[in-house]
Design a protein around this ligand. Structure first.
Ligand SMILES: [Cu+2]
Length: 311
């Protein structure tokens, strides 16, 4: 890692510590002076003023210059930090973060995708931010990085992990009922482990599950039976569901045709008790992808397969 490089953590922390330090010194100094004056010039000790002071040039110069210098120093640290946050070091690895209601998905050079952000230690990472629907916020507190993810707007963030570890990454902008499930992690791996991870292709057996992750289905549907915004996928095949179509209720058995309809035209038949918020995937999934998803759901909707993802 370039020793002259200011990481995003250092950039933000320097400005923060400087401003915080100045505030602490001023708070302590002003409080101590107030207490000292209150005692020293108390009515009992000092019934009459000893002298009448109209002005003091020297004092006025000090109390004008000192705060000006302090505020300019604060600006300097803030500006330098801002430039560091917006200037991506050369040779950074590129990843695209796609936000959608209500999950994150990361795409690496070569097309691999994952629901967690994997990065190599010691290499700056440039994250292109994209939203598929509404306003989201890309926030990694550990690296002091926070950027809005605005639909239709190009934006980016960068950071570098200096040691291996796992850090929270979440959406900082309220984006709907399951906003809170937009939490994942940055997994900083030693470079060799990262290279090994990146070169592993998605296995065919996991293709269906990967498609669910990639298309954000798992932000609203669980694989382990917990209800989220939408019904769980666990044991969905053959289940009896009550659906509402234009005000009338009907009970159907989940089969292939039903699954396809639910994915392509989710609002035509809405599962009773759930809000009609699922976006249509018509035109977003190829026939092969739809078939892979359907066959994954048929095989039990991943019963017992919600292991921590190891692609
Ligand atoms: Cu969000």
């Amino acid at each position: 890692l370039d020793p002259n490089l200011l990481t995003t953590t250092q950039a933000v922390d320097t400005a923060f510590i400087f401003i915080f330090g100045v505030s602490v010194v001023l708070l302590a100094g002003i409080t101590a002076t107030t207490i000292w004056f209150a005692i020293r010039y108390h009515r009992s000790r000092q019934p009459e003023p000893t002298s009448q002071v109209d002005s003091n040039l020297w004092l006025e110069i000090v109390w004008t210059t000192l705060p000006t210098l302090l505020v300019m120093a604060m600006f300097w640290y803030g500006w330098r930090g801002y430039l560091s946050l917006r200037t991506v070091p050369e040779g950074a690895m590129e990843v695209t973060a796609t936000a959608r209601m209500w999950s994150w998905n990361f795409t690496y050079a070569g097309g691999k995708t994952s629901p967690k952000l994997y990065v190599p230690v010691g290499k700056p990472v440039r994250v292109e931010l994209a939203s598929d629907d509404v306003l989201h916020g890309f926030f990694i507190p550990a690296f002091r990085v926070k950027e809005d993810v605005v639909p239709g707007k190009k934006n980016y963030a960068w950071f570098v992990a200096t040691r291996p570890g796992s850090h929270d990454l979440f959406c900082s902008v309220y984006c709907g009922v399951s906003h809170s499930s937009m939490i994942t992690t940055v997994e900083a791996l030693p470079p060799a482990a990262f290279a090994a991870w990146l070169s592993q292709g998605g296995e065919a057996a996991h293709a269906g599950k990967e498609l669910l992750e990639k298309n954000g289905c798992l932000g609203c549907h669980s694989l382990d039976g917990t209800p989220r915004v939408g019904p769980t996928f666990k044991g969905i095949w053959g289940r009896q569901v009550t659906i509402v179509t234009g005000g009338t209720e009907r009970t159907v058995t989940v089969d292939e045709a039903y699954l396809r309809r639910s994915i392509l035209e989710p609002n035509a038949e809405v599962v009773k008790g759930f809000p009609p918020v699922m976006p249509s995937f018509t035109g977003k999934l190829s026939d092969a992808e739809l078939a892979a998803i359907v066959s994954f759901l048929r095989s039990g909707g991943g019963e017992g397969k919600e292991e921590p993802d190891k692609h």
